[in-house]
Design a protein around this ligand. Structure first.
Ligand code: 26V
Length: 815
């Protein structure tokens, strides 16, 4: 023991075993002979957590001592998943803990799966926030994530009779061993009421908001450990509590329900994650969530700053606040209110600071996902903030007018949309209150300048910048794909683990048959693991040697899972017509949740399941085609799915997928991409080279041109016999014999509007798929491309993305 180096000492199995047994006894309260698997998991997590805590306190202390600038990432979503393997891996304790547990007769892979998957997010935006937290710790950016500690995360999806059914999720049922409740960090959040204006002795006025209702925000902290455990940051999630648990006067007068209703109204703010990632949330509760976590976070930030510096003069030198989409956009008005009304700054001074501190990331151009709130709702819920928004707007419009811009531009940059009921434009509010505004991939950032923010970009041409997304290679390569990681270490050494650009050293091995064989063997092992999961969850047996062709992501018409399933049906028809042709055996894998009220998306899920039912039981296609829908896609499922793909489907209508991040996770594990020129696919093409990615279909420009010219889906479908046959088949009830009209809505919408241009891209997609078939038959060529994908994906690490934010938006150093 004494001879071991500190790192080895920490990872010493004998020592870890003692620590686990101690936790089991004194924290869990169990004797090893009666402890169940969950008890062992809790005890082990608490041991790992102890190893994090020393580094956490050291990081926090050092950041304070060196007066480092802190970055605050405000996000309504953090799609974290499980933390056990992540924390162990980053502390490099995996081997020690595995051995310690095995000596205790505990199977680490079994208990690992008992940890709930923390799904405090919907999809890409929430998972990006989680990758960013890990990368900020890794590159040494002192950072806090701020969000909401939802009692219930994203619903659990079951497939019943082929259709999605939603069940509540309860990740906190047995408590969360990672979190530290911070009773001392609590803030009062106001709602409603009125604004009082007082005149000072010199005639200046002070406004003061008298809320009618108050709610407490209390903090729960989770440490976020970076790679090699060097730095540890904090994820601080707010929980809503009533300011007074029950109204005693009501309670004593016998109105027990009335006394509790106010308490429930408060608690409901942090009850549940909104399970939609587009289309207006609209409800008042959503706006209450947005203000609740924004206000609590800003109060906490100012308190921490003043505690350390006792002045706000240096606020912008020491604080950067990133708004993840417009969900925290009220930060613009709330920071102004805190600075002007509570800390007595002059308006102009406060505005300069606000803009210098805040920046904003846009994640979508879909019109239905751009937030606006009715002026009368904001006025009622946040009267002082509405005044502040009006003042910001008045000054903005004056400046823009003075600069000589037209009436038309004025109307578009205004924070208020005056058409059809007055609404506050949260995108414009965020843009105007921020010093930098970024998109999440090159194409997306360019499109922002000519669509949603066209006029604001004309007025503030230096504000929009691009920060192409990335994913953390620790979770998505090292942890999810240990087989490949080991092969890479044996082949090119460990350098890529600290700098993914070094994956480039793999390039020459793409031409090496012996290496390709090992690469293929790892892939087959990963596919076998996925085949087990598919069998477990769907009852369908799939052949791991077939091509695994995978589309997993939220269900959305713009992502075009229907293009994929329609082409699958066409393939099925072709196989039946010509069963002895040299087809490439394929397993078509789908997974993803639909928002509960999104009928068309749910209809697509059902169609995929219905098609699977027919295809998988048709002896005529033998094992040439299988179609499976894996229920309840989440981070943990993704960790099994991504490393097992041969082909990654990234087929959104060009111009509509802001970036995509699944595309990067697939690519890292050596999947080939079939995709449109959309989002980050464009940059993947640049990095992996045109020979190693299959791009098809219309470009964003062509999409726009076709829409302007007028798109006729009926004529398009009539011109593609294979597609017409597919649609007629679906409409005639081939896949839904018990309910022949089940897909009338879906099929009609394709014939009559096809807003996402499925028919327009159908032939290009089919041709691209047949090219992939041909390539599959040349396994040497396929594997060469697969290796080159892994070798050239290093740039898509979220470490690179975070370094760019640090340098160009936050002005903080990285290590
Ligand atoms: C919008 C709304 C609208 C109201 C209901 C609740 C809600 C929740 C989330 C959103 C915004 C979703 C935007 C989003 O997730 N965008 C995705 O962001 C990824 C990370 O940047 C990116 O890779 C995906 O392409 C993009 O769709």
């Amino acid at each position: 023991w004494a001879d071991l180096k500190p790192a080895e000492r920490e990872n010493d199995p004998a020592h870890l075993k003692t620590e686990i047994l101690a936790k089991l006894a004194y924290a869990v309260g169990k004797d090893p002979v009666v402890a169940n698997s969950s008890d062992w998991l809790t005890a082990t997590i608490l041991v790992v957590r102890d190893h994090i805590v020393d580094r956490w306190m050291a990081s926090t202390r050092e950041n304070y001592r060196a007066e480092k600038k802190r970055v605050y990432y405000l996000s309504l979503e953090f799609l974290i998943g499980r933390l056990f393997r992540d924390a162990m891996n980053n502390l490099e304790l995996t081997s020690g803990i595995t051995q310690a547990l095995s000596e205790l007769d505990v199977d680490i892979d079994f208990i690992r799966e008992l940890e709930p998957d923390a799904a405090l997010g919907n999809g890409g935006l929430g998972r990006l926030a989680a990758c960013f937290m890990e990368s900020m710790a890794t590159v040494g950016v002192p950072a806090y994530g701020y969000g909401i500690r939802y009692d219930n995360g994203l619903f659990r999806q079951a497939i019943e009779d082929g259709a999605q059914v939603e069940y509540p999720e309860n990740w906190l049922a047995f408590g969360d061993p990672w979190e530290f409740p911070r009773r001392e960090a609590a803030y009062t959040i106001g709602f409603g009421g009125s604004v009082e204006v007082t005149k000072d002795w010199d005639g200046a006025t002070t406004s003061s908001w008298k809320p009618q209702e108050t709610v407490m925000a209390t903090a729960y902290d989770t440490p976020v450990v970076g790679w090699r455990g060097e730095k540890v940051n904090t994820l601080r999630l707010w929980r809503a509590r009533p300011t007074s648990p029950i109204k005693l006067d009501l309670f004593n007068s016998g109105d027990h329900m009335g006394a509790l209703s106010e308490s429930n109204r408060a608690k409901s703010i942090s009850r549940v994650l909104y399970p939609a990632d587009s289309s207006e949330a609209g409800q008042e509760l959503r706006l209450r969530q947005e203000f609740f976590f924004t206000s609590a976070s800003l109060q906490d930030i100012l308190r921490r700053h003043l505690q350390q510096y006792d002045t706000l003069d240096n606020l912008a030198d020491k604080v950067a606040v990133q708004m993840n989409d417009t969900h925290p956009a009220l930060a613009v008005a709330e920071l102004m209110r805190l600075l002007v009304d509570q800390h007595n700054l002059k308006w102009d001074e406060a505005w300069t600071k606000t803009q210098a501190v805040l920046s904003y990331t846009n994640h979508t151009l879909l019109p239905e996902a751009l937030e606006t709130w009715p002026v009368n709702l904001v006025e009622r819920m946040l009267p002082r903030h509405m005044q502040i928004i009006y003042t910001i707007n008045a000054r903005l419009l004056t400046d823009v007018k003075t600069a000589g811009h037209s009436e038309e531009i004025l109307e578009k940059v205004s924070l208020i949309d005056e058409h059809g009921g007055r609404r506050v434009r949260m995108g414009n509010l965020s843009f105007v209150g921020a010093h930098k505004v970024n998109g999440v991939a090159g194409l997306h950032s360019d499109l922002m300048k000519v669509t949603v923010f066209k006029e604001l970009h004309q007025v503030f041409p230096d504000r929009i910048t691009n920060k192409t997304n990335g994913v953390t290679p620790r979770r998505w390569l090292m942890q999810a794909n240990p087989g490949l990681t080991q092969l890479l270490r044996d082949t090119i050494g460990d350098g890529f683990m600290d700098n993914t650009e070094k994956l480039r050293d793999l390039e020459p091995f793409a031409q090496n048959p012996a290496f390709r064989a090992k690469f293929a063997a790892v892939k087959l092992e990963n596919k076998t693991r996925l085949a087990h999961l598919i069998h477990e969850r769907t009852g369908v047996k799939v052949d791991p040697t077939a091509m695994f062709d995978i589309q997993v992501k939220r269900m959305h018409e713009y992502k075009r899972q229907h293009l994929n399933i329609l082409e699958t049906i066409a393939l099925y028809n072709a196989i039946r017509a010509n069963p002895h042709k040299n087809w490439a055996p394929r397993v078509k894998v789908f997974a993803g949740k639909a928002a509960a009220s999104y009928w068309q998306a749910k209809s697509i899920i059902r169609l995929i399941n219905d098609v699977g039912n027919v295809v998988n039981n048709d002896s005529a296609v033998r094992d040439l085609l299988k179609v499976v829908f894996i229920p309840n896609y989440n981070v943990s499922a993704a960790e099994v799915i991504m490393p097992a793909a041969d082909l990654s489907e990234q087929i959104s209508t060009a111009g509509l997928e802001a970036s995509g991040t699944g595309n990067m996770k697939f690519g890292l594990s050596g999947a080939l991409t079939i995709g449109t020129l959309d989002g980050a696919n464009v940059e993947m093409l640049e990095h992996v080279g045109a020979d190693n990615i299959k791009i098809f279909g219309m470009t964003a420009q062509e999409v726009e041109a076709l829409r302007i010219k007028g798109y006729n889906p009926r004529a398009t479908i009539e011109g593609i016999p294979a597609l017409k046959e597919v649609l007629d088949g679906i409409a005639s009830g081939i896949f839904s014999p018990s309910d022949k009209n089940r897909y009338a809505g879906l099929v009609d919408s394709l014939w009559n509007s096809d807003h996402f241009l499925v028919a327009a891209d159908f032939e290009a997609y089919t041709a691209a798929q047949r090219e992939m078939d041909a390539l599959w038959h040349d396994q040497d060529a396929w594997m060469t491309k697969a290796v080159l994908n892994t070798a050239r994906m290093g740039w898509f690490s979220s470490d690179r993305t975070i370094r760019e934010y640090a340098q160009e938006i936050w002005n903080v150093p990285t290590v």
